[in-house]
Design a protein around this ligand. Structure first.
Ligand code: 13P
Length: 279
């Protein structure tokens, strides 16, 4: 009964005041993430030290993605610390098992405590031939197994200069989500030109692009697009985090360089934890 009164009021609000309040309500239902992508960095000792030092927050989902060989120790360190920190991998193979030298399966990741996996990072698209079809297979299998994919999309500088950003993102989104209409995933908009360059996208540009991404998502998954977290990645740091946090379609950040030191990563967590996003 309470449920139906709530949805009746939400619908009434949407209908009477042009969706605005209803929209705000939907935004506040989105989870906010601050995710560390360590890429090919860190030793065992550094991992232990980092996980001991960082703070967590109840307002924000904090996730750390170490290189594969550090996943299990990281899982143990997190457990020991009692902090609500999630664990993610930086890549996964789509097959259950078999003759795939050097690869790691979804069940292997889950076996060592992973709940998340980054899929389609531009560095893997660039160096390891990860294309939209592979991304789609990995996303589909991960969702089936209950491992949450963090799907990365983003345009190169060349594509941006040729004004092809929307075209590229649309293709990547439709490719990654082909035949997928259920399951929880996270999206990360990572403009390639902003990654590791210190040339972060302005919060206004990121917001505009995230809003476009959400409109394409709507075409693919319908109204559920409103509840999907879209993170920004690309030279995000302690100093620019507040600007991203203030934007209605930016639901957190995926951080490379600034996630390597506990104090700077903590700084970003604090910014996002400071209160309700989008307020
Ligand atoms: P930087 O934060 O170092 O630009 O890296 C972003 C990134 O690639 C996260 O996945």
């Amino acid at each position: 009964m309470e449920q139906s009164i709530e949805s009746y009021i939400k619908n009434l609000v949407r209908e009477t005041i042009g969706h605005t309040l209803g929209q705000l309500q939907l935004q506040s239902e989105r989870r906010i993430y601050v995710i560390a992508n360590w890429k090919m960095n860190k030793t065992l000792a550094e991992t232990a030290e980092f996980l001991q030092k960082i703070n967590s927050s109840n307002n924000v989902s904090v996730v750390v993605c170490p290189p594969t060989q550090l996943l299990y120790p990281a899982h143990l360190f997190i457990k020991q610390s009692g902090k609500p920190v999630g664990l993610g991998a930086q890549n996964v193979h789509w097959a259950d098992k078999g003759a795939y030298t050097g690869e790691t399966s979804i069940s292997m990741l889950q076996d060592v405590g992973c709940e998340y996996v980054i899929i389609g990072h531009s560095e893997r698209r660039q160096y390891s031939g990860e294309n939209d079809q592979l991304v789609n297979m990995k996303v589909a299998q991960s969702l089936k197994a209950g491992l949450t994919p963090i799907i990365c999309i983003g345009e190169t500088l060349e594509q941006k200069n040729a004004q092809k950003t929307e075209q590229v993102l649309t293709k990547q989104l439709f490719g990654a989500l082909k035949d997928i209409d259920s399951g929880d995933f996270i999206l990360a908009y990572e403009p390639v030109w902003a990654i590791g360059t210190g040339q972060s996208a302005t919060a206004e540009l990121a917001q505009e692009t995230h809003s476009y991404i959400r409109s394409v998502l709507k075409q693919i998954v319908g109204q559920k697009a409103e509840s999907i977290s879209i993170l920004y990645g690309g030279s995000a740091n302690e100093s620019n985090a507040a600007e991203y946090r203030a934007m209605p379609d930016i639901d957190g950040v995926l951080v490379g360089g600034a996630s390597l030191q506990a104090h700077s990563f903590d700084g970003i967590i604090n910014v996002f934890a400071k209160g309700e996003q989008n307020s």
